[in-house]
Design a protein around this ligand. Structure first.
Ligand SMILES: Cc1ncc(COP(=O)(O)O)c(C=O)c1O
Length: 398
């Protein structure tokens, strides 16, 4: 039965959207769902900076509607080089920057380029699910390393060290972090770099939330990496420019010249096979990145208010505990003690209270007994959702 389906497609899962069909079914029956599952600010009261939308209209009228080159237009790669230098202190020549269809495609391209079947990839536990899903697609072995909840969800670098083998091909870092909202300490980043240098293993650093930080200081991994460590930086515009639907991101390469060249050439081969990323929106962003990103202060202020409300209200609920408060991004990853497992909790919460959150074990084994919520909606919406969660837990415990 169904033997026409590939083994590969059976292996991929994306837990953040697993129950979306169920939510749609409930909506079709007239139910109103409170969505706290998706990291998309545009679903709530956020809009991209007005000038960016203007540029998009402008370039489309200028008929920049063609296929662009596969690596990404020069203007945008130059603008990204400027952004990385001024925001994150990372100096990358535009020739080592690759524009992608979101960071999602970047993850796919990097895995496609570097992982053979049976190779091992060290993934944070919990992790953004695509790092898990694409490992399964490419037949690589996922080796989870512990993120330490008691230490602000920082990576347990001793655990990374223990799990390195002669098959380890890649170490994944995601800072600021999804799903935990953590900001890595510089000490942890330096330890990861030491391990990478010692074993000559490239490090992927996904920094898509680089400017969404409320407490502490963000350090880009590439900004402190020694020259002999191969850093594959991933970043994008979905979150900081509030254009999730534009699907634009980038990869940059920094490290030993020969590795940079070889990896770059191979990534470009993968990019050629999908022609190009959206051309007009690349031009729009290239123009926008010349402006000062004034919208960010407002974005952080608004989100910080919501973060504080979310954490405070969650901690008032008996059965939920935020052990490590989020310091960045827009997720909180509390522990639940409710007598049922996290996936059943999530499913029943959706059916019985019409509140949509994500089950923690979808982000890796260490996510068990946790849930992920976004603090993107206005306070009134979060208030309603959290009242319903409280009622649901009381019912479970009675
Ligand atoms: C850590 C992380 N990486 C990558 C992505 C994918 O982003 P994009 O919209 O650029 O594909 C997300 C989206 O939520 C994310 O949280």
């Amino acid at each position: 039965m169904l033997d026409f389906l590939s083994e590969r497609i059976k292996r991929i899962e994306y837990p953040i959207r697993k129950y979306s069909p169920l939510a749609l079914e409930l909506e079709a029956k007239g139910e109103k769902i409170l969505y706290l599952n998706i990291g998309d600010p545009l679903k709530y009261d956020f809009r991209p900076p007005e000038y960016l939308v203007e540029y998009a209209c402008e370039v489309m009228r200028e008929n920049k509607n063609f296929y662009s080159n596969s690596q990404g237009i020069k203007e945008l790669r130059e603008a990204i080089a400027y952004k990385e230098k001024t925001w994150n202190g990372v100096e990358i020549p535009p020739k080592n920057i690759y524009v992608t269809i979101g960071v999602s495609e970047a993850i796919n391209l990097v895995y496609m380029t570097l992982l053979n079947e049976g190779d091992e990839v060290l993934i944070p536990d919990p992790s953004y699910p695509l790092y898990i899903g694409y490992a399964d697609v490419y037949g690589a072995k996922k080796v989870f390393y512990k993120m330490d909840e008691e230490n602000g969800w920082n990576p347990d670098t001793d655990d990374i060290r223990k799990k390195i083998s002669n098959k380890t091909k890649l170490i994944v870092v995601n800072n600021p972090n999804n799903p935990t909202g953590s900001l890595y300490s510089e000490k942890a980043l330096r330890e990861v770099l030491d391990i990478a240098a010692e074993h000559k293993i490239p490090v992927v650093s996904d920094e898509i939330y680089d400017a969404i930080v409320y407490e502490g200081t963000f350090k880009s991994l590439a900004s402190i990496a020694p020259d002999d460590v191969m850093v594959i930086g991933l970043n994008g515009f979905s979150k900081t420019y509030l254009v999730t639907g534009w699907r634009l991101g980038y990869i940059y390469l920094k490290g030993p010249e020969k590795s940079v060249e070889a990896i770059g050439k191979s990534i470009l081969k993968g990019q050629m096979a999908r022609l190009s990323a959206t051309t007009p929106l690349q031009y729009a962003l290239a123009r926008a990145l010349r402006e000062k990103p004034r919208h960010l202060a407002d974005l952080r202020r608004k989100l910080d208010e919501r973060r504080r409300f979310m954490v405070k209200r969650l901690n008032e609920i008996d059965g939920i505990r935020v052990v490590a408060e989020p310091r960045a991004a827009f997720y909180v990853f509390p522990r639940i003690e409710v007598g049922i497992d996290d996936e059943e909790f999530t499913k029943r919460l959706l059916i019985e209270e019409k509140v949509f959150v994500v089950y923690g074990s979808g982000f890796g084994p260490n996510g068990k007994n946790h849930i992920r919520l976004v603090f993107l909606p206005p306070v009134e919406v979060m208030e309603e959702a959290l009242d319903r969660i409280e009622r649901f837990i009381k019912m479970l415990k009675s």
